[in-house]
Design a protein around this ligand. Structure first.
Ligand SMILES: *Cc1c(COP(=O)(O)O)cnc(C)c1O
Length: 431
C-alpha cells in the first residue's frame, strides 16, 4: 500500500529534522502549516487554527500583514543583504533610530544580531569589556535569579535556571554563575527587605567578580511564566548602583508592548545599563535582535583596549530583517497599542477566571497580553495538544503551564473563543 504524500513528508520530518526541544524519530504529534493569515494558521489538510501563541511572542501584527509584506517586498527590490563591516544602510539606521527613541532615555547605542540568544551573549561580553576597560578585569561573572530564561547558547545558558536549563548535563562546559531565589513578591505586591535579601547578600559577597545582574524585567518567560513585583526590579537597580554592578534587562519576550508598557522596565520606572530585544522586533517576519546600551558603556569600550567591541555577526543588521523591524515598529507606534493590550488583558482576565475553579489548576494570572494557567501537575503535551487543535486553536503548553499570548490584532470574538476552548479542554483534563 502506498502512503499518502502528506504522510511521507511528515515521516521525513520526524526522522530527519530537529524541532525545538525535541527528539528525532519520536512519535509526537506535529502539524503541517501551509499558510497563515491574520490570526489564523491554515494546516495542510485545510483546517484553520486561531493562533494563541504569536509564534512565541513574535507575530504581534498577525500573519501575512499587508503593510509588512509591502515593506519587505520593497526592500527585496533594493537589496536583501550586504555586509555590515565598512558598509551601512537606511533600514539599519532607521531601525536604530526608532529603537533609541522608544527606549529608556539613557539607552543610546544599538548592536544588531541574529537572535535573542546572541543578543544576550553580546550583552554579557559588553559588560565584561566595560569592566575590563574600567580596570576591573576580575568582574567577569554574572548574578541572576532562578527560573530565568535567556536563550540556548552557552553564555545565555549559564544564566538560565540551573534545573530547567539542565546545567548538570553540561557541567564541565558551562560557566558557573551566581544564582539567588526568584522573586516571590507578586506583580501587584510590594517587596519587603526580606524578599531582596538574597540578592543583596550575593552582591555584598561577590560584587568584585560580578560584571552584571541579568534579569527578565517583571515577567519571567520560558522559565515559568512568573510575574513579579516591579518593586523588586527597582530594588535590584539600586543595589546594582550601590555595589558597582551593571544591570542587563532581557526584554526579548517582554518588549514592544506585550506587558502593557513598551518595555517592562517602565513598570518599575527604572533604566537598565544594557538591554536586549528580539522576538517581536520584526513582528515575527525575520530573525533579528539587538543589544542596546548607554553612551557611558559604549564610550568606555570604544576608548578602551582594544578599543573595539569584540563581536560581529556575518548577517549583522540584515537589511530585510531591519526593514521588517522598521515596518513592525511603525505599525505598532501608529496603533493604539496601549488600549489594544489593555483590552486583551481585560478579556483574558474575564475569560480565564473560571479556570480557577477547576480542581487541577494552581493559579491563573494575566498581565498585558499574556494569560497564564498554571496546573498542579505537568500536562502531557502529546495528549493535550491534539485536543486544542481539534477545537481549532493553536496553543503550546509546557510543563504545568497552558498560556496565551495572542497577536495584538486578534478580534474580541477570536480571543473569547481561545479562552473558552482553554476552559473546556482543561475542564475535561481536570476530571
Ligand atoms: C526567547 C528568549 C531568548 C532567546 O531568544 P532566541 O531568539 O530564541 O535565541 C532570550 N531571552 C528571553 C527572555 C527569551 O524569551
Amino acid at each position: 500500500m502506498t502512503k499518502a504524500p502528506t504522510d511521507n513528508l511528515l515521516d521525513y520530518d520526524r526522522n530527519h529534522i530537529w524541532h525545538p526541544y525535541s527528539s528525532i524519530g519520536a512519535n509526537h504529534p506535529i502539524w503541517r502549516v501551509s499558510s497563515a493569515d491574520g490570526v489564523r494558521l491554515k494546516l495542510a489538510d485545510g483546517t484553520t487554527l486561531i493562533d494563541g501563541m504569536s509564534s512565541w511572542w513574535c507575530a504581534i501584527h498577525g500573519y501575512n500583514n499587508p503593510a509588512m509584506n509591502r515593506a519587505l517586498n520593497e526592500q527585496l527590490g533594493q537589496m536583501s543583504h550586504v555586509m555590515f563591516g565598512g558598509l551601512t544602510h537606511d533600514p539599519a539606521i532607521k531601525l536604530a533610530k526608532i529603537l533609541v527613541d522608544i527606549s529608556p532615555k539613557t539607552i543610546q547605542t544599538v548592536f544588531f544580531s541574529d537572535s535573542g540568544s546572541v543578543a544576550v551573549e553580546v550583552s554579557m561580553k559588553m559588560a565584561i569589556q566595560y569592566w575590563h576597560d574600567k580596570q576591573h578585569p576580575k568582574k567577569q561573572h554574572f548574578l541572576t535569579v532562578k527560573n530565568g530564561y535567556h536563550g540556548d547558547t552557552f553564555g545565555a545558558m549559564s544564566v538560565c535556571d540551573p534545573i530547567t536549563g539542565m546545567h548538570s548535563l553540561f557541567s564541565d562546559t558551562i560557566t558557573p554563575q551566581y544564582f539567588v531565589e526568584a522573586p516571590r513578591c507578586k506583580y501587584d505586591q510590594p517587596c519587603t527587605d526580606h524578599d531582596i535579601e538574597p540578592m543583596k547578600e550575593a552582591l555584598a559577597a561577590h560584587h568584585n567578580s560580578i560584571a552584571a545582574v541579568i534579569i527578565e524585567p517583571v515577567v519571567q518567560g520560558a522559565g515559568g511564566m512568573r510575574f513579579y513585583s516591579p518593586d523588586y526590579l527597582r530594588r535590584v537597580r539600586s543595589l546594582c548602583d550601590e555595589y558597582g554592578v551593571l544591570l542587563i534587562l532581557d526584554e526579548i519576550a517582554t518588549g514592544f508592548g506585550r506587558t502593557g508598557k513598551m518595555f517592562a522596565s517602565e513598570h518599575a520606572g527604572i533604566e537598565p545599563d544594557i538591554m536586549c530585544v528580539g522576538k517581536a522586533l520584526t513582528g515575527g517576519y525575520l530573525t533579528l535582535a539587538a543589544t542596546m546600551t548607554t553612551k557611558e558603556i559604549s564610550e568606555t569600550i570604544s576608548n578602551g583596549n582594544p578599543g573595539l567591541f569584540m563581536h560581529g555577526p556575518t548577517f549583522m543588521a540584515n537589511p530585510l530583517a531591519c526593514s521588517a523591524g522598521v515596518a513592525s515598529l511603525e505599525l505598532l507606534l501608529n496603533s493604539d497599542w496601549k488600549e489594544i493590550v489593555q483590552n486583551i488583558e481585560a478579556r483574558l482576565t474575564i475569560g480565564l477566571k473560571r479556570c480557577r475553579e477547576l480542581d487541577c489548576i494552581e493559579d491563573v494570572r494575566v498581565l498585558g497580553a499574556i494569560g497564564v494557567i498554571e496546573l498542579k501537575e505537568p500536562v502531557e503535551l502529546s495528549q493535550i495538544q491534539p485536543k486544542f487543535v481539534e477545537q481549532g486553536v493553536w496553543v503550546r503548553p509546557f510543563g504545568k503551564l497552558v498560556y496565551l499570548m495572542p497577536p495584538f490584532i486578534i478580534s474580541d470574538n477570536d480571543l473569547d473563543y481561545l479562552t473558552e476552548v482553554l476552559y473546556n479542554v482543561l475542564r475535561q483534563h481536570c476530571t
